[in-house]
Design a protein around this ligand. Structure first.
Ligand code: TMP
Length: 217
């Protein structure tokens, strides 16, 4: 359909929204990153800023496959590639949200794959696992404006999760310690913003908000 001239000029008069910023929240299970991401979204909304709160694994059909893969896949490569497929679709969405002028707050992103699958793939790929994961993700990851790493002792994180003593807890703790090490390496390499997640929640939120609130819109 051809637009009338008056419609065209009216549309042209609308200022295109400035591109939003991209903030990522990373950390081991029990670090409180989902709570902090949600709090930042609430503060954004309260300040009349356009903001989208999102997470990986996503709630799409591929996200469902990721969750199913976690239960059923016998190969850690299958699990890894499902996370990566989920991210490929998610990144396209994130780019669109930002182009529409929204700030995007993302609970887990590529850092989760490098940190967690860096551990699960180490028996197969040795020390090259993190670099391999970075390469596989590279074509469809956006560079966040800031990635916040919620740093907490794995044992304290496990306590927050209410884990019972026993073999399963022991295995999980050992796993989270390794993930924590991968995260710390990544943080140094990629300039993550380290947040002391052992502090009271309000203080943690303030530390993150001090950076997020300045995102122009
Ligand atoms: P959540 O508890 O933050 O929802 O994350 C679900 C689990 O998925 C968590 O144990 C971390 C794991 N995970 C990975 O192992 N790799 C990834 O790339 C992502 C996004 C999550």
């Amino acid at each position: 359909m051809t637009a009338h001239l008056s419609e065209v000029s009216a549309a042209a008069a609308v200022t295109p929204a400035a591109r939003g910023r991209f903030f990522v929240f990373e950390g081991i299970d029990g670090s409180g990153k989902s709570t902090v991401a949600r709090m930042m979204h609430e503060r954004m909304m309260a300040a009349d800023r356009r903001s989208v709160l999102t997470a990986e694994p996503t709630d799409s059909w591929i996200g469902d496959m990721v969750r199913r893969g976690n239960e059923e896949a016998s190969s850690p490569f299958t699990e890894t590639l499902l996370y990566v497929a989920d991210r490929a679709e998610h990144t396209a969405q994130i780019g669109q949200w930002m182009a529409d002028g929204n700030h995007v707050l993302c609970d887990r992103y590529v850092g989760s794959t490098i940190a967690y699958q860096g551990v699960t793939l180490r028996p197969h790929l040795g020390n090259t696992a993190p670099e391999w994961l970075r390469t596989v993700n590279a074509p469809f990851t956006l560079r966040p404006d800031a990635t916040f790493l919620m740093v907490i002792d794995p044992e304290d994180a496990m306590e927050r999760l209410g884990s019972r003593p026993g073999r399963e807890k022991f295995e999980k703790l050992d796993f989270l310690r390794q993930v924590d090490e991968e995260y710390r390496r990544l943080a140094e390499q990629d300039g993550y913003v380290l947040i002391d997640a052992s502090l009271p929640l309000e203080e943690v939120a303030e530390a993150v908000w001090a950076i997020v609130k300045d995102a122009p819109q």
